[in-house]
Write a protein that binds this ligand. Structure first.
Ligand SMILES: [Zn+2]
Length: 339
């Protein structure tokens, strides 16, 4: 099969007019530069590098509460609502979030999954019948990490994760951890664990920035979540000068898991160029999770997002990369291709 239009090709997203040819094996076989009729814009589907879809039952609950009142275990609002819901209610709410993410152009999410092995099973059940890759960064026992795709630690102020870090490394799976969301106190201990990625990093100090530059540990930033919980905003440009950044929408209870909205906020809250933000929303998250997509490039698995470049919203845009990052939305999605 093939798709035609303006293709945001490769890691630089160089816009070219032409066609993407997808082989029977679901991989991109060729990208051909040629004159075509289509106004579509073809780009890699998104990788949402940090979600908690487990709280999909609690959308917009808890307006005005602090981060601790919202999500701190065991008695934060989120946990009380989760305890009050049945397994079926939780799984079907998660399935609705995954379905929305898929419609909104997301090929994979890296979900921090609570509830141990059973929590991993619930995400598998929620993803049944959908094409999005819902990856579990499990929490709880080491068995949960084995059942899932990696380990997702809450933060070093909650517990010591040495044993889980070792086990995750032995299992050759990625280990991620929250750090620097409320203050800087948990950043050094998180870096000491040599994680595969950090989440948030709103409050890095100069020493932490140096350590990031030395280690090049990727950071997943979640700007809208940080706005809602009022913890501040990450120093995006300083982080980006030192390491690879990826983008996540964090808790569904706080924000719609739309990468379009996350990209637009980040573009308007930072000095980061549009192509850098699009990498954060695609290939950078894919590389954290060892996924073989995230760019429109020959040989990669075809996970493509096709936008209607002639929608009322996008018609006439002068720069397709800026238009995708700063302006496009779910209504502009024509198709999400899962090779
Ligand atoms: Zn999180």
């Amino acid at each position: 099969m093939e798709r035609t239009g303006t293709i945001l090709r490769g890691r630089e997203f160089d816009p070219i007019e032409g066609r993407v040819v997808i082989g029977d094996d679901g991989r991109i076989e060729a990208i051909e530069e040629t004159s075509v009729e289509s106004d579509d814009i073809i780009l890699p589907a998104f990788v949402n590098a940090h979600t908690h879809i487990g709280d999909s039952i609690a959308k917009e609950a808890g307006g005005g509460r602090s981060l601790e009142e919202l999500v701190a275990p065991p008695d934060g609002l989120k946990h009380r609502l989760l305890r009050a819901a049945s397994r079926d209610e939780l799984v079907s709410a998660m399935a609705r979030s995954l379905s929305f993410m898929q419609q909104a152009g997301t090929a994979a999410c890296l979900d921090f999954r609570e509830g141990d092995v059973e929590g991993v099973r619930m995400l598998v059940d929620a993803a049944e019948g959908l094409e999005i890759d819902a990856l579990s960064f499990a929490r709880g026992s080491v068995d949960a990490m084995h059942a899932g795709d990696g380990f997702g630690a809450s933060g070093t102020n909650d517990a010591n994760f040495d044993q889980e870090r070792r086990a995750t490394r032995e299992a050759d799976k990625p280990f991620g951890i929250h750090a620097g969301e409320v203050d800087a106190s948990d950043i050094n201990p998180a870096l000491d664990l040599e994680p595969d990625f950090l989440v948030h990093m709103v409050h890095p100090e100069p020493l932490h920035l140096d350590r990031l530059a030395d280690s090049e540990i990727p950071v997943v930033v979640c700007p809208r979540s940080n706005l809602v919980t009022d913890v501040g905003l990450s120093p995006y440009d300083e982080l980006n000068e030192r390491t690879t950044l990826a983008l996540g929408t964090d808790n569904v209870m706080l924000n719609s898991p739309s990468m379009f909205r996350e990209m637009e906020f980040l573009a308007k809250l930072s000095e980061l160029p549009a192509d850098e933000i699009l990498r954060m929303a695609t290939i950078n998250g894919a590389e954290i999770a060892d996924l073989e997509y995230g760019l429109v490039e020959s040989g990669r698995e075809a996970r493509l997002l096709v936008l209607d470049g002639d929608s009322d919203n996008l018609a006439g845009a002068r720069d397709p990369v800026r238009a995708v990052v700063r302006r496009a939305g779910v209504d502009d999605v024509r198709e999400v291709v899962f090779g």
